[in-house]
Design a protein around this ligand. Structure first.
Ligand SMILES: [Zn+2]
Length: 111
């Protein structure tokens, strides 16, 4: 089980939403090694990006896409979000009560 200790910022929510849209188009990170994922570029069909997860709980990952390489780039790329989502799916989940889910989802409530 993994506990996400990093704040789930608007950047990450946006990246995860983009990853979900890309998944519906057939794009998804594929695990190729321990914490290493490959994701096909949506804009350049022959380009594959490599995501390396350093710490899942802290949402700490690198991506070799142009956005990921740009120092001080705003936001997060969907490649990282896709890989992090895949990685969490690999791990066993504890049963969570409905109350606990409500409590967690409250973090995403809009002001
Ligand atoms: Zn990327």
């Amino acid at each position: 089980m993994v506990k996400i200790t990093a704040p789930v910022t608007a950047d990450w929510v946006a990246a995860a939403e983009r990853a979900a849209r890309m998944l519906r188009r057939g794009y998804q990170a594929a695990r190729v090694g321990d914490g290493v994922y490959r994701v096909r570029s949506a804009s350049h069909q022959d380009t594959i990006h490599t995501v390396r997860i350093r710490n899942l709980g802290q949402l700490d990952a690198t991506c070799d896409c142009p956005h990921g390489q740009h120092e001080g780039a705003k936001g997060q790329c969907w490649h990282k979000a896709s890989a992090l989502c895949q990685e969490t799916r690999r791990l066993p989940r504890p049963l969570v009560s409905a109350e606990e889910i409500e409590r967690r989802m409250a973090r995403f409530a809009r002001a």
